[in-house]
Structure formats: C-alpha cells, structure tokens
Ligand binder design. Structure first.
Ligand code: SF4
Ligand code: SF4
Ligand code: SF4
Length: 606
C-alpha cells in the first residue's frame, strides 16, 4: 500500500555522501535532498510535501541552493548525488521562500483563533519560521473573496477560504484512498479544490474515508466534532477484521479525535469511514451503561391497560449478577448443564474470550459455547484445518501488494474491508496486478477486474472445480509443488474431471469461455492469492467452498511464497482470537478437540 515506504526501504541499500549546510550527511541512493536533510535533523519548510504521498514540488517553499546547479531547485523532488553540496538558508533561498509564503497567505483567511487547526497548523509553523508578519502580506491581498463553506457532509467541513492549494487532499484521495472524488479546478483567483461539477462533497463519489482531512496542513478540511484532546491512547479499530491501528484522542473519558497509526504495518496511518468517524456511539447519551432487568410477573411482561409498562428497569451490578447466577444455578439443577448455552463475541479481547469459554466449561459444565464464527468463518476453520492443518490466513495484507494476480470470491472487499480494498484497487490501478472477481453481483472491484465471473449463488464449488479441471487438463498446474508438498492429487483430479467447463456453465450460469479464461489467467500468474469472505462461507457448502479455494491454491503452487496465499477476510476485529481461545463448542483453546479423551483429561486436571 505504501509505495513510498517500500521505495525508501530499497533506497537505503546504497549510501550516498553529500554536504548540507556544511554538515556531512549520508543518505540512501534515490533519496531526495529533503529526505536527506530531515534525516540529518535539518529543517526545510514545506507545505505540499507529505511523506505518504508522491513528491509534488508545487508550493516551492522547500527550495535550496545546490552548488553547480542553476536556480533554486525544490528539495522534495531533487534526488541526492554523491558529493552534492547543498545550502538551505542562503539569502536568495530565504527571499524566495518569504515571497512564496506571502503570496500563499494573502489568499488565506486568517481567523486563526477560531480555527480548529490553531496551534496545530503547518501554515502557522512555516509562517513563524519565515518570520512573516501581517504587514508583509497585507499589501498583496486582492480583496478577499468569501467562498461558501461546504457543510453537506455529516462528519467533516470544507472551508476553502482556508485552502492554500497545496494539493495534498487531492493526492491523498487519488493515491491513498484510490477514489478521485476531488481535483484542482478553475484558474487564477478562482482556482480551488472541487468535486466533479463543483457539487457539495456529499453529492460526489466521496467515500467519506477522511484521508483528505488527515493530510490537509491547514484548517480547510476539518472533522465536525473534533476537539483538542488532552491525551491519546493507542488501540485497534473495533469494526472489521482488517485490524487497523489508531490513536483515540481523549478528554477525560470522552473520545474527541481519531488518527490512524502510521507505524501500523496493516494500515500505515490510513483509516476508512468507520474507523475514522464511527466512534460517537461510545459517548452517546442513549448508550446503556447500567444493567437492566426485565420487569416480569410470573414469567410474563407486565401490562397496564393493555400496554407494556416499563419493560426494563435499571439495576445495580450486584443485583443483576446475583439474579443471573441464581437463575443459571436453578436451570442447571433442573435441566442439566447442557441446557445452557453461552455466546461469546468476536469483538471481545482474547482474554475475555478465554474467560467466557472457561466460564461455560469449568463453571457451568458445558461445551455449549460459541460466537459469530459459527455463521461467518467456522467453515474456514474446518476447511483450512483439513487442508493445511491451520485455521488462519496463510499470508499477510502486505502480500496482496506483491501478488501478480488476486482472485476475489464472495467478498465485496472495498465495502467490507476497505483498507484491504484500497490495496487491491491500488495494485490493479498502478501496480499492474491482474484481478479476477467471482461474485453474482456487480461490485466496485468487478468494474476494474480483468474477468468478472457472475456465478449463481451457491455454485462456487462447481466454478472452482471447473477451473481446476481446465488447469489439470491443460497441464497448467504446478506439478513439482503438488508432488513435493501435497497429497491426494489423484483423488482431486478424478473429482474435478467431472466438472467440464460446459457442465459448470449449466450449474453456474458463467459462460464456459470465461471459466477457461479465468483458469488460464490464474494458473499463468507467478504469484497469486485468493481473497474470500462471507459470500462463500455462509452456505451449507461453506466448508467445501473453503476446501476448493485451498485446492486451487495448492494445485497451482500458490502457497508459502511472498505474494501468494490463502486469505479468508474475517468479519469482526477479533474473530481469529475468539476461535484461537476456544470460544467454540468442539475445541478447547488452541483447537484442542473436546472429543479427544487425553485432551479432556488434561483440561480436567488443570
Ligand atoms: S473523504 Fe476520502 S474519498 Fe472523500 S474526498 Fe476525502 S479522501 Fe476522497
Ligand atoms: S484543502 Fe487542504 S489539503 Fe486540500 S489543497 Fe487546500 S490546503 Fe491543501
Ligand atoms: S478497514 Fe476495518 S479495521 Fe480498518 S478502519 Fe475500516 S473498519 Fe476499521
């Protein structure tokens, strides 16, 4: 996802020596002068530069003098060379920067005290460094036009009067979010950031991810409800299984801001709409914070004049726990431990899941404990353990950017796992990654896919078996991998031989030529990964679907190498942990089977 980061990693392999302001500096070959200076602790002002984005060289504040080079080159776009001599604060450099800054500020509305970027604004920081004062740029003001503030979006505001046209929001929307909802439009004094047709942002194709806000150096783009935090805590987004890392800004116990964690290998600082703006429920006045006990008389809800009276009443924790414990004890005594079932949650931590399963087993005395993996990815656990001996994803999110081909089946990735969706989108748009999408619906990724297989719901096994049939029939499988690393090839070949593309066309509704083309494309990739979601697991044949995915990967040798692998996209943020901790009826923690007498004895003794 983060091409800049990977470029920097590659660059650092070779060192280049240069001199900046008389200091000997070493930088990786291919680094820019700006990067070399920053690494050496030398400040060069910038406004359009952003380490997450490609160098742009538009604001011209980072100009420097380089001996032997004409003019004042922008340090953010000039690569270092051996023996280069750079001066960052000559008279000519500072004169140029001041003039540039005055022109920028002359077009900026300076109501700093009420701006919610105040004290945290890069424009202020550069102005302070350049010693700009009011008098300098007042003479450049051409009467200030006032643009209407775009308040169409429920989560953020666009006040283009504070925009300095650095283009960071536009580039973030294109390069990071991969959406392209905004661009630089019009000319001269009218130049501004606009949506297609200059409509309010809510009427555009904006996906509300907030990347533009996160990269804006001024108060032009700001979250609506953000307040200055007094402290930050690092945590994981509570929504999907991508597991983005983020910082919550707090005031007392109230969440007042959110920012992505740049050091996270998962999201590299990026967030989607849910992770960035979806925290208002925490402090919502209607959120239940105390136990509620149902008012009942002789087991029935109480009615007054035919209407339900207050169905619930608030209770203390002691009263509620006492009631629950005594009722559970009574039910257990009357109907036995197995009459009770306990539901855990894939949104719990590992520790909580461990406790829930232990409560069910050691306190209640039943294996009736489960959580939402029953519906979403229990089939993955069973299918993957049968295929690989392990119930988890075999690769990491960074592998998707290294794959030559991604095959997505049963997953609307850009909607359900947006940060992974971005990696896919960027790979296809700029990295040359081939994409096969198998989905009965037209989803966003199917629009950019090389092949979209619109198979009938429930016909996944037939589709995948027919692809394997073609691959084996045409000798496109990885015979060496199959021979050295797998077993049961003959049985698989016999099974899939029954699934000719013609027969699969009848079952799936996908034209046979498309099945053949998809099989050839998949088998022809050097590094391919299959991403799948609940679109194939939440079926009565979910386990078979998962096994077919595993078979296709093993048949083509796409396991155990960078850029390849088996990628079940989990729904909740800790569904893997809930399974690992044994919040499942058939296994103790660590997938130790409950019907194995030795395992059972071990747990009983412990
Ligand atoms: S919120 Fe996201 S999609 Fe919308 S304009 Fe900003 S970067 Fe683009
Ligand atoms: S809105 Fe912000 S990020 Fe976008 S061009 Fe203006 S100042 Fe730069
Ligand atoms: S992709 Fe998932 S984990 Fe990341 S911010 Fe969005 S909802 Fe949260």
């Amino acid at each position: 996802m983060n091409t800049t980061a990977s470029l920097t990693d590659e660059r650092t392999t070779q060192a280049v020596k240069l001199t900046i302001d008389g200091m000997e500096v070493e930088a990786g070959a291919g680094a820019t002068v700006l990067e070399a200076a920053r690494q050496a602790g030398i400040y060069i002002p910038t406004l359009c530069f952003d380490p997450d984005l490609k160098p742009y060289g538009a604001c011209r504040l980072c100009v420097v003098e380089i001996e032997g080079m004409r003019g004042l080159p922008t340090s953010c776009t000039t690569p270092v060379t051996e023996g280069m001599v750079v001066h960052t604060e000559t008279d000519a450099v500072m004169r140029s920067r001041r003039l540039t800054m005055e022109l920028i500020m002359a077009n900026h509305h300076g109501d700093c005290l009420t701006c919610n970027k105040n004290q945290n604004c890069e424009l202020q920081q550069v102005a302070r460094y350049l010693d700009i004062d009011q008098e300098h740029f007042d003479r450049l003001r051409k009467g200030t036009q006032v643009l209407p503030i775009d308040r169409s979006h429920p989560a953020f505001e666009r006040d283009l009067n504070k925009c300095i046209l650095c283009g960071r929001c536009v580039r973030a929307c294109h390069e990071i979010a991969g959406v392209g909802a905004i661009g630089l439009a019009f000319r001269g004094y009218d130049a501004r950031v606009a949506t297609c047709g200059d409509k309010p942002i809510l009427e555009s194709i904006c996906e509300s991810c907030g990347e533009c806000l996160a990269h804006c150096p001024t108060g032009a783009l700001t979250p609506r409800n953000e307040k200055q935090a007094t402290r930050e805590v690092k945590t994981i987004c509570p929504y999907c299984g991508v597991g983005c890392s983020l910082y919550l800004g707090l005031r007392g116990n109230e969440i007042v801001s959110v920012r992505g964690d740049h050091d996270s290998p998962v999201n590299h600082g990026g967030l989607c709409v849910k992770g960035r703006f979806g925290f208002d429920f925490v402090n919502h006045p209607e959120r239940l914070t105390k136990p509620m006990i149902r008012n009942k008389e002789r087991g029935k809800d109480i009615k007054v004049n035919g209407n339900f009276r207050e169905i619930f009443r608030e209770a203390s924790w002691d009263e509620a726990l006492e009631l629950v414990a005594s009722r559970l004890a009574k039910i257990k005594q009357k109907h036995g431990a197995d009459s009770i079932g306990v539901l855990s949650s894939a949104k719990f931590t590992n520790e909580e899941n461990y406790l829930v399963q232990k409560f069910a087993r050691a306190v209640i005395g039943t294996n009736n404990v489960d959580h939402c993996a029953r519906l979403c990815h229990a089939s993955t656990v069973v299918g993957a353990i049968a295929a690989f001996g392990d119930g988890a994803m075999s690769n990491s999110i960074s592998d998707f950017a290294k794959a030559d081909l991604l095959f997505i089946i049963g997953s609307n990735t850009t909607d359900c796992h947006p940060i992974i969706g971005r990696v896919v989108r960027q790979g296809v748009k700029t990295g040359g990654t081939k994409l096969i999408v198998a989905d009965p619906r037209r989803i966003e990724l199917s629009e950019m896919a090389d092949i979209h297989l619109t198979h009938r719901p429930g016909s996944d096994v037939a589709l995948l078996n027919a692809m394997m049939n073609v691959i084996i029939d045409e000798g496109l499988h990885d015979a060496r991998f199959v021979e050295e690393r797998t077993e049961g090839f003959e049985e698989l070949a016999e099974t899939v031989s029954k699934y000719s593309p013609e027969m699969a066309e009848e079952i799936t509704g996908v034209p046979r030529d498309d099945i053949v083309a998809a099989a050839r494309l998949f088998a022809g990739a050097d590094r391919a990964a299959i991403l799948y979601g609940m679109g194939i697991t939440q079926h009565t044949t979910g386990t078979d679907n998962v096994k077919s995915v595993a078979n296709l990967l093993m048949l083509t040798g796409n396991m155990g190498r960078e850029g390849t692998g088996f990628s079940p996209l989990r729904g909740q943020n800790n569904v893997q942990g809930a399974c690992d901790m044994g919040a499942l009826p058939n296994v103790y923690p660590g997938y130790q089977k409950v019907d194995n007498p030795d395992v059972k004895l071990k747990f009983e003794q412990a």
